[in-house]
Design a protein. Structure first.
Length: 221
């Protein structure tokens, strides 16, 4: 028997022993082969940049905040790249279009706050959408001082064109997550949004220790 073949048999036997040590219920060859392929694929993937066992509670909170910012920048980059063909819409505009499609009609302030923008930036986006014929303005029937916004027929058409691409971008952003992980992440982000949105809407700068005290999560010193 050649050295190479002997070495191969040795590796297979070691793999079988490792497979058995993990207490797998099935001993079928196909299950073993599937486990072996997954193990080799895991080896080929780049290792995480940080050892989670060495990250303290405070450090993991900082890492979560950093990664949220990084993910925002990844998303923004994808939107800029793949929405380039939509000449009348940039990466800031599509969230306004989607919000109006969902709500049918909103005041300017409602739309701006829904998109977590300052008033100056929000009004600039709205002016651009109105000028391009995607959004139209009308007086509020109850409060004559308020201006309501809604999508025009062109805006509706733009929405459905955008929807095809933004769905693919959303799949790209979350493509490494299983469905269960996506559901977990959605519930986590929804929980964070429920906490932060009232703080944003109040427009008041509170002492950060007071804000931390409002959280239902256990405090960490």
């Amino acid at each position: 028997m050649s050295y190479i073949m002997q070495e191969t048999y040795t590796q297979i036997l070691e793999s079988i022993l490792e497979y058995q040590k993990e207490n797998h219920v099935s001993n079928s060859p196909s299950e073993f082969a599937h486990w072996l392929i997954e193990r080799e694929e895991a080896k080929s993937k780049p290792k995480a940049t940080a050892n989670m066992d060495l990250i303290s509670v405070n450090e993991i909170e900082e890492e979560i905040s950093r990664l949220l910012v990084v993910m925002y920048r990844y998303s923004k980059s994808h939107l800029k790249t793949y929405l380039a063909d939509f000449e009348e819409v940039n990466q800031e505009d599509f969230t306004y279009i989607f919000a109006l499609k969902r709500a049918t009609s909103l005041t300017k302030i409602q739309l701006i706050e829904m998109n977590i923008h300052d008033k100056t930036t929000g009004l600039e986006v709205i002016r651009r959408l109105v000028k391009s014929g995607i959004v139209e303005e009308s007086k509020d029937k109850i409060d004559k001082r308020s201006i309501r916004l809604s999508l025009t027929p062109k805006g509706e058409e733009t929405f459905f064109s955008l929807k095809t691409m933004t769905r693919k971008i959303a799949q790209l952003i979350t493509c490494e997550l299983a469905l269960e992980e996506k559901n977990d992440l959605y519930h986590i982000l929804t929980k964070l949004d429920a906490f932060h949105h009232p703080l944003y809407s109040s427009k008041q700068k509170e002492d950060i220790d007071v804000l931390l005290a409002l959280s239902s999560a256990p405090s960490v010193s």
